[in-house]
Ligand binder design. Structure first.
Ligand SMILES: [Zn+2]
Length: 644
């Protein structure tokens, strides 16, 4: 009842003077007062002028003596009832006053005088403390604009404590008024039906109670109804609704509207906002906590560790949207959250979604636009759902990959190998004679039994316990068939001091501090983040000379002795001496006897250009690449590879 818009009466028979709508002239009463929330132009003795729409048109409140001046007690050809306007629990009559003035004297050359100019029409609101005259013609206010004006008026009891008074009955809807004497005749005044049919001339409140409206403002200046955007009660405060959009090449821009609310609706909206924020943060925390399962129980199946965070956090978000959502407010207030949202804006244009269609209608009419019925979801907890959907998978993947380090498996032998992890068959790794990037598996951090066998075997022939951490890079060398060499390169001002490099002992399992390049050369240059003046890269490569010894049949002990010799060599000559000192396989004593570099063995694993041995631990002039590299390398660009 409180906030139905101004409505004209339905037409009653053919229009015209013979049957003006009857009315009862409600008297002024000192116990009921009006408050008009419109901009005041000026105030005189007994008059106040308002300018509702920031243009030339004004409306006039007559509140001096005598009351109801010039208004007849009943309908006349010049005075008729055109509508009743609900104002909270009260209702006021709206009379139409048509005057017939003398037409101005016509002068030759003038256009014909518009009859409107000498037959002005006003609508007069019979407020309990005055008469509000609203021009209709010429150049007056439209039905929609009058609806906005009516929405700006509040009636309240002037009695102590706002108590009712028998004199108020002239402003109460028809029916046995609570103070009416028993047996009083029913008030004959026409009153709006509770569910008014859409009258002609006024857009109906569009949509159902559940549907709101878009209102498209075309200018930066606009009129805002002085009514709560949620329930329609008089405005008591405002809440900002804002939206931030990114502009092409020009960063972000935020537009904000101050939306009127009554105090109860404002505190309800603020409560829903903060509750939504807290529950969104809770959803975020739940997604992260569920993702941390990868660290707590890394041995669980990957599908569990990856799906659990999504299921748990989406489940919580659904609970937020249903059981944890604040209760819907009592009508006529709408929605649990903001009654008005800024949907989009561009230039001077702004699209505002108003959940309360009645308010939307008043807002639109105050700005000479039409409301567009729209259903836009503003369901509580949607933010939580999006948080769950976006955060949980990313957190789960991040946690899983962190807690499941990558383990490269290099098979330098001649046969494919079945790899076993903790007694269960894992991948089959084919021979890797070319020394290309080896396959890898992801294993949970912690202790593992790594083993290998021929394919088809029922268990691992050989297994060893290894410790996998979340920080290092790991390489499995089943059967110790390969030898490795680390190449550390520095770029820019970075130093490789302390970075592991050079020949590596022959082991079955390696934990490297950091590996950037597997079985290849580090890049010529690297990109660094701003503020960084350089960086390092570490490549792990097969050690050719040691591999050759293995192919020649040298056992692990002999190759380890060779590596040990290389690690201790401080000069080219000492380095070369290491290979000559080898006494195993087909080369035993050969190099020493003839003093020639050994020929590549026919069974050498690396075909292609004849490789060089690891002849020098120090870079030589020229291409700054390690001597053991089998790949020709162009001279490094500045800031690139330089070996220390
Ligand atoms: Zn409200």
């Amino acid at each position: 009842m409180a906030d139905r818009p101004f409505q004209p009466l339905p037409p009653q028979g053919p229009p015209g003077p013979p049957s003006p709508s009857p009315f009862r002239l409600a008297p002024r009463t000192p116990t009921l007062a009006s408050r008009i929330a419109l901009p005041v132009v000026d105030e005189g003795p007994g008059t106040v002028r308002f300018r509702p729409f920031n243009d030339a048109r004004v409306i006039l409140l007559l509140r001096g003596q005598p009351p109801r001046e010039g208004i007849p007690p009943g309908a006349t050809p010049f005075w008729s009832l055109v509508a009743t306007a609900p104002m909270g629990p009260f209702v006021v009559e709206v009379l139409r006053h048509k005057q017939v003035l003398s037409p101005p004297q016509w002068q030759p050359g003038m256009p014909p005088v518009d009859p409107q100019d000498y037959e002005p029409v006003d609508d007069v609101l019979l407020l309990p403390d005055g008469e509000l005259r609203i021009p209709r013609a010429p150049r007056g206010f439209s039905d929609g604009e009058i609806a906005f004006i009516v929405q700006s008026i509040q009636l309240f009891s002037a009695m102590p404590g706002g108590a009712p008074d028998p004199a108020h009955r002239d402003y109460l809807p028809a029916g046995p008024a609570p103070f009416a004497p028993a047996g009083a005749a029913v008030d004959p005044r026409p009153i709006m039906p509770v569910q008014p049919a859409p009258p002609p001339g006024v857009a109906p409140p569009p949509g159902s109670a559940r549907q709101g409206c878009d209102v498209v403002l075309q200018a930066n200046t606009f009129n805002m109804p002085p009514r709560c955007a949620s329930c329609g009660a008089p405005k008591e405060t405002t809440l900002n609704t804002a939206r931030t959009q990114s502009r092409a090449f020009r960063g972000k821009v935020t537009r904000t509207f101050a939306i009127p609310y009554c105090n109860p609706c404002a505190s309800r909206v603020k409560g829903a906002r903060s509750k939504g924020l807290k529950l969104g943060l809770a959803t975020f925390g739940i997604a992260l906590a569920a993702a941390a399962l990868s660290f707590v129980a890394p041995g669980l199946p990957g599908v569990v560790l990856l799906a659990a965070p999504l299921l748990v956090s989406v489940g919580f978000a659904i609970a937020v949207m249903t059981r944890l959502a604040p209760p819907a407010p009592a009508p006529p207030a709408v929605g649990t959250a903001d009654a008005v949202r800024l949907v989009s804006f561009k230039g001077e244009r702004s699209v505002l979604y108003c959940a309360n269609p009645t308010w939307a209608q008043a807002f639109a009419q105050a700005n000479n636009v039409s409301p567009v019925p729209k259903s836009r979801s503003s369901r509580f907890g949607v933010g939580s759902l999006w948080t769950a959907i976006l955060v949980a998978p990313a957190a789960a993947l991040g946690a899983w990959f962190t807690s499941h380090p990558e383990l490269h498996i290099d098979n330098a032998g001649a046969e494919p190998l079945q790899i076993w992890v903790d007694g269960d068959p894992s991948v089959v790794v084919p021979p890797n004679p070319g020394g290309v990037v080896p396959p890898s598996i992801y294993v949970a951090y912690g202790q593992h039994m790594l083993g290998y066998s021929k394919t088809g075997a029922g268990h691992a022939d050989s297994a060893s316990e290894v410790h996998v951490t979340m920080r290092d890079d790991f390489l499995y060398n089943p059967g110790k068939t390969a030898c490795y060499w680390l190449v550390a390169d520095s770029y820019g001002s970075a130093s490789i001091k302390g970075v592991a490099q050079g020949p590596q002992p022959v082991l079955e399992f390696y934990a490297f501090d950091k590996v950037d390049t597997w079985f290849g050369d580090n890049p010529q240059s690297v990109s660094v983040s701003s503020g960084q003046s350089g960086d390092t890269r570490v490549a792990v490569q097969r050690a050719k000379a040691c591999m050759e010894l293995a192919a020649d049949g040298c056992d692990e002990a002999a190759r380890n002795a060779f590596v040990h010799c290389e690690q201790g060599a401080t000069s080219d000559a000492a380095f070369a001496q290491c290979e000559r000192a080898v006494s195993c396989g087909s080369k035993a004593g050969q190099a020493e006897s003839n003093g020639e570099p050994p020929e590549p063995s026919p069974s050498a694993p690396a075909p292609g250009p004849a490789h060089t041995t690891h002849a020098s631990p120090e870079p030589k002039p020229g291409p700054p690449r390690p001597a053991h590299s089998s790949h020709p390398v162009a001279p490094a660009a500045s800031g690139s590879a330089k070996h220390g």
